[in-house]
Design a protein around this ligand. Structure first.
Ligand SMILES: [Zn+2]
Length: 421
């Protein structure tokens, strides 16, 4: 028996150690839930990996796997792709966004053996997860500043992608050609489907990832290029134009998403391209995606303080640029909730890169644990606002039936949990 066949047992027969690890993980997850400590997928996954350090590759073996990575849109793209692939068979996914190896191991262990999997993966872990899971397809969305105190260098992340994908056989990458960092990061992979879905936020890619020169971004055609080394946007295979997605061989589909905004049309275009790589017809994929109306509570409208609050997540400047596109038009009020915990990044200085000037003319309420930082930023942006540290008080303070609430990561999770009670 070869060494490879020991690691990849036939017919879904996991090694005994991995089965035991999965059992321990399920028990730990169940205990965590019983104690009211959350969903338990992360602690359960840590237990799995503690018992069997190779559990991720063993649980992944024999599955058709698609990975989704990038700073913005991972969770939504994963949900849309899952909907498309579930037109054929049940799909395993880390739907709640636990995107480090413990969350991935937990998701795989919790689903049927050998079922296809769609996994969102943290940008910094993509290389290691590629090694462990041998995916058939990888979607690369964008790279932007996020959690400034932790993952501060987008070019370094792009470089890690580039090294991980260099010459890698057996995988097709669907890559955002409009992001120079992604284009450079994916360029050495033998199989790339280049997608042009638009990218309004370009401030993190002003420096050429290849030579450090200046990237110049074009106008309507959205082409970009480096005058120094010649790096430029690759020729597109799939394009998003308004609500229409066009692909190789002349296929075209119209998006009819329940999810709002330009960014979600781009996420859907990527998901359709990945689904197509995995053998699902674009029209079938697009139809399935139209039924997705919220993603882990995002875009959901919930009762709050006698009103209905529509919850939007924006955790960094790139995400905020897209969120501004989704807000109800002025003068509709907006509640903005900002925390700066570990999962948000402790450093809230990114608030200065968000074009909050565009909120002028609305009633704005600053809330969350770092509402003072936000209030200073809004003052410099010339935005009239109030500051109420409690998010529910903030929602109660504005007029109107429906209130848009834009929150960053932990403030979003805390508010969602509180309103669900
Ligand atoms: Zn260059």
């Amino acid at each position: 028996m070869s060494r490879t066949s020991v690691l990849t047992p036939p017919e879904g027969a996991l090694p005994a150690r991995t089965r035991f690890a999965a059992g321990v993980g399920a028990a730990v997850s169940g205990l965590s839930r019983a104690l009211g400590r959350g969903g338990g997928s992360v602690v359960g996954g840590r237990a799995i990996l503690a018992v069997d350090g190779r559990a991720l590759s063993r649980l992944a073996a024999g599955r058709s796997i698609a990975l989704v990575s990038g700073t913005n849109g991972k969770t939504t793209t994963t949900a849309l792709l899952r909907a498309a692939l579930e037109t054929r068979a049940p799909v395993v996914s880390n739907a709640l966004g636990a995107n480090l190896p413990p969350g991935l191991a937990s998701a795989l262990a919790g689903g049927p053996p050998r079922a296809p999997a769609v996994l969102e993966v943290d940008e910094a872990w993509l290389g290691r997860v590629l090694e462990a899971t041998a995916p058939r397809a990888v979607a690369l969305l964008n790279l932007s500043r996020d959690q400034l105190d932790r993952y501060n260098e987008v070019r370094r992340l792009a470089g890690s992608w580039r090294a991980a994908l260099d010459g890698r056989p057996g995988v097709t990458v669907v890559a955002n050609a409009d992001d120079p960092l992604v284009a450079w990061g994916a360029a050495l992979c033998p199989q790339v489907v280049w997608i042009g879905a638009g990218q309004p936020w370009t401030d993190d890619a002003a420096g050429c990832p290849s030579c450090g020169g200046r990237i110049r971004f074009g106008g309507a055609g959205r082409a970009w290029g480096c005058a120094s080394c010649g790096l430029q946007r690759p020729a597109l295979d799939v394009t998003l134009d308004g609500a229409e997605v066009r692909g190789p061989g002349g296929w075209r589909v119209s998006l009819r998403l329940a999810l709002p905004g330009r960014a979600n049309r781009a996420n859907a275009a990527v998901a359709i391209a990945v689904a197509s790589v995995l053998g699902v017809e674009p029209a079938t994929a697009a139809a399935a995606m139209s039924a997705v109306s919220e993603v882990a509570g995002r875009y959901a409208t919930v009762a709050a303080a006698g009103r209905r609050a529509r919850l939007l997540l924006a955790k960094n400047p790139a995400g905020w640029l897209e969120a501004l596109d989704v807000l109800r038009p002025p003068p509709a009020p907006v509640v903005v909730a900002i925390n700066a915990r570990v999962a948000d990044g402790r450093d809230p200085s990114w608030l200065w890169d968000v074009p909050f000037e565009r909120l002028r003319g609305r009633v704005v309420v600053a809330t969350g644990e770092r509402s003072r930082d936000l209030a200073v930023r809004l003052r410099y942006a010339g935005v009239d606002h109030r500051r109420l540290p409690d998010p529910v008080d903030a929602i109660a303070a504005v007029d109107g039936d429906v209130v848009d609430v834009v929150a960053n990561y932990t403030s979003f999770q805390a508010l969602r949990a509180r309103l669900a009670r």
